[in-house]
Design a protein around this ligand. Sequence first.
Ligand SMILES: *Cc1c(COP(=O)(O)O)cnc(C)c1O
Length: 414
Amino acid sequence: VSEVPDGIDRNSCLAADMADSLRPLRDRFSIPEGTVYLDGNSLGPLPAGAPARADSLLGEWRDRLVRGWRDRGWMDLPLRLGDRIGSLTGAAPGQVVVCDSTTINLHKLLLGALRLAAPRHVVLTEAGNFHTDLYAASGAAPLLGAEVRRVARENLAEALDDSVAVLLLTHVDFRTGEMHDMEALTRQAHAAGALVLWDLSHSAGAVAVELDECAVDLATGCTYKYLNAGPGAPAYLYVARRHQERLDSPLRGWLGHADPFAFAAEYRAAEGIRRHLTGTPPILQLAVLDAALDAFDGVDVQALRARSLELTALLVDLVDARLAGSGVEVVTPRSPERRGSQVSLRHAQAYGLVQALSARDVVGDFRDPDICRLGVAPLYTSRVEVWDAVEAITIVLEAGEHLDPEYATRAAVT
Ligand SMILES: *Cc1c(COP(=O)(O)O)cnc(C)c1O
């Protein structure tokens, strides 16, 4: 077993936390005392301001009834919150709207992009992309006579030929935490004449994203992971301003109409990003998203990224030092520019390991077939929690807690 690097111990982690100017951000969340929460990449924790904001929305509903749509600004929430997410992802105002789920937005944007890029007829994607992205591509493409080309990550560049209409990629891989070079791949796609659609579900709120600067065409992502908007919160989508006039939504609905309350029989798309709305927005959940975004107020995205990298590096170093020979392997890239905000560990009994950790209130998650994911959220994860998590893994593996027969069968939600 190698030594823990540079004399790092629990006390030095505590001391570094105390000295960290971003540490107070954790108070913007209600995280159960004693829980080491490393699954914010699946469901972020409750923002401290969310209950009051939800309560006040319910009060608006009680007091203003239908008038709330007009005089409490409910109707503008999808665009207003879209701009707030835009400021976290490098998008100037007017290019992001909050709506639907990521899956539905993938369908909308893929169909829109395929129409725009005709006669090109291929959706190029990575074979290991998140399954909902693969399903959306396989469902959407045939509707327009297009097809999906799935290739290994390392073959993407060479597969970009003049039949490719859109390159569909997830920025940070959900299994391994590996991060694509958004700027380079976007440039390569453009050089080949293709559009790019990025899924930011594992990026926004944890890694720096520069949509405008990278000249990205289209993007979407969910708000319930690192953006902490709660279970089932709606997703968002980005359409670069230069495409907005020509890119239609294939899912026409009254709220994407230029004048919804004209109740016109003929469809006329709204100007700008608003046309990508379909039906009535989920106002209660949007109010919670608003409170969740308050947790990012005054926070520099680059500083968050730096903190995330420091925490994931600490986690990798501690795993290397303390778990050598235990059957645990770090699968997340070690080079910072290729690493998202999670550390994935491969272990033959990863499912049992995750369950045994959870029994010790260290919450990560399992991804088939043998990955234990430990998500780091720079807004609230601390160094001492990283220390405690690795300590817990050491204890679990040494005591064989992960081999408990109770963990032999898997739950439906992992
Ligand atoms: C979590 C996640 C989604 C979520 O899709 P929904 O339709 O919002 O449930 C989509 N894509 C990726 C890559 C994800 O990680």
